[in-house]
Design a protein around this ligand. Structure first.
Ligand SMILES: [Zn+2]
Ligand SMILES: [Zn+2]
Length: 309
């Protein structure tokens, strides 16, 4: 005879994915999070990454991993079947970066990301990465930050206004655009004066236009940047979600400890005591039809990454 507690522990050890599948999906079906940092400083033992996806109702997450930490992510992928995959990043200004990234992709990384360095988005270091991503057949996830913020206080992948030249020059590269400059540019009147603009969106922004014009561009919905865009003009963004329903990928970039807002360190008051994953999933669910929400929370990313389930 085994008691219920032992049974649950055994079942969890055997297959957490199966156990999860037997539960009711909190978001109406499976969820893939394209942007969960391994965050060794916040979630040092790796187990908190599992706590985060369980707490936020996420089925599978992409662990964003620096090349030297690859073994940590690989261990989590193996320990919790079906729950994690990983992307890799390396200091792209260093000559050894292409070899490090290539090795990681051969080792199982499904993408390059998050790529966040103080180089122009159309400079030689980034161009080398765009070519490499196409060669390796994996997407590249880029942090666009033209306006310095308190954290980081620098420009990352600067020169977003010129990025369409890259989308044109590298048609075989799949770009996943993330962060404040991408999401601020849903509005045509973005003045580059703040990372998180407020107020109604003026139609015709670069991000909106480029998602329509370039099949190789995808939008990463993680962090305050996307959540801010959703909240500043829900009416406009409802149309935006419908328009780009095949190009948007849910992600969280949330630093909380448990997928329920515990220990939240994001300074924005909107997230005080809350999990960014839960806030953004709830907003997208509210603002989109069932089918659109399904594509954004699961279908688009699994297709892009070539995952069966
Ligand atoms: Zn970022
Ligand atoms: Zn969270």
């Amino acid at each position: 005879m085994i008691n219920r507690r032992e049974f649950l522990l055994t079942a969890a050890a055997v297959s957490p994915a199966t156990l999860l599948a037997q539960q009711n999906y909190e978001w109406g079906g499976p969820v893939l999070d394209i942007h969960l940092h391994l965050h060794l400083h916040l979630r040092p033992d790796g187990e908190a990454n599992l706590a985060h996806i369980n707490g936020s109702g996420v089925t599978k997450a992409v662990l964003l991993t620096r090349a030297p930490d690859a073994e940590r992510s690989k261990a989590l992928v193996e320990k919790y079947p079906g729950r994690f995959v990983w992307f890799v990043s390396a200091d792209i200004t260093r000559p050894e970066a292409p070899a490090q990234l290539t090795k990681a992709v051969k080792d199982g990384a499904l993408g390059m990301g998050e790529i966040k360095y103080q180089v122009p988005c159309d400079g030689p270091d980034m161009k080398r990465m765009y070519a490499l991503a196409a060669e390796l057949g994996v997407p590249i996830q880029i942090h666009f930050g033209d306006v310095p913020q308190a954290s980081g206080n620098a420009v990352f992948s600067g020169g977003f206004k010129r990025f369409d030249a890259m989308l044109k020059a590298f048609p075989k590269t799949k770009f996943i655009a993330h962060a404040d400059t991408f999401w601020a540019n849903v509005s045509a009147d973005y003045a580059y004066d703040t990372a998180y603009p407020s107020g109604p969106v003026k139609p015709g922004g670069l991000s909106d236009k480029w998602l329509s014009d370039y099949p190789n561009l995808y939008g990463d919905m993680s962090a305050n940047s996307c959540n801010n865009a959703l909240n500043r003009d829900p009416e406009f963004m409802t149309g935006f979600l419908a328009r780009h329903q095949d190009k948007l990928l849910f992600g969280c970039d949330c630093p909380c400890s448990d997928g329920r807002g515990g220990g939240q360190t994001n300074p924005n008051p909107r997230f005080s005591g809350k999990c960014i994953a839960r806030e953004t999933l709830a907003a997208v669910q509210r603002m989109s039809k069932t089918e659109v929400f399904r594509k954004i929370r699961w279908d688009n990313a699994t297709k892009l990454l070539g995952l069966k389930g």
